[in-house]
Design a protein around this ligand. Sequence first.
Ligand code: 13P
Ligand code: SF4
Length: 338
Amino acid sequence: MVKENWTEKGYVDEPIPEGIDLNAEIRRMCKEKNAVILAHYYTDGAVQDIADFVGDSLALAQWSAKTDADIIVMCGVHFMGETNKILCPDKKVLVLDLNAGCSLADSCNAADLKAYIAEHPGYKVVSYVNTTAAVKALTDVVVTSSNAKLIVDSFPKDEKLIFGPDKNLGNYINSVTGRSMLLWNGGCHVHGQFSLEKILQIKAEHPNAKILVHPECPAPIQKVADVIGSTAGLLKFAINDEATEFIVATESGILHEMTKACPDKLFIPAPPEASETVGCSCNECSYMKLNTLEKLYNTLKYEWPTIEVDKDIAEKAVRPIDKMLEISKALTAPMANK
Ligand code: 13P
Ligand code: SF4
């Protein structure tokens, strides 16, 4: 039974029974219900720690495509749950809070994209995974930050391409592929606000620190990067590089796995423009942080909120996602798998 106040709130708002061991109960329910918990690197550390798999957007899609669980619990944001549901229409896909959206996905609505495509006949559409199912349904191939270069390179050099919605990622892919894709003017509110000045100030205090940058950051931040990559790519670099200090220009949740994987290295979150103090770690995705252990418990217990995708949209959206997975077969993103 879905209660009216849950529907209004977008999550199961029930008290947690007193005295229970939340972690043990979550694991017990997973076993009992044959459920798998997937979490993105931006979620809270406690959520990452209890998940079966933690990864970047590509790895999460790859895992959902191959799991034999009956229930997928996606601790992340709404488009990730939609991608899971599109790939696994017969499974129950749960998210922890329907309010966990994505400012980047919001920056491109399907009706506007449809009109833009109509104005540009002969163009193929490459869409970042941070999009709604309806946008994916208008798309030729989906990409993530892990595989965008590989996938764009797979098109003939003279193929006319529209890339959206992230303008910064699009500019980056244009620069590394030598293309001139038409770019949608979208962006992420978290990655758009890192302060170059503050990053350079930290660099001056830690001259040996390497700067790790997500491609959703604007070009001036990308310019000072030692490496540009997806969350999994940045994590892999930090693990393998000989440097012992890193300035991290992406959502600060990734520091949890970085610190766990490299306890002897120092990870400094890049500060946003608005923060008062240099080194402040308040550059968080408010949507990702809606995922809590308490909501995970209630979601599993009551099997709600579920993700549903319109059948017609799902049938169209699955093709560009499958195409992405096919081209990315060789890329198995590193995954914290416990
Ligand atoms: P990754 O695919 O690099 O994990 O990025 C997801 C995301 O939402 C970045 O803001
Ligand atoms: Fe979306 Fe930005 Fe949050 Fe990533 S960090 S989920 S792009 S709002």
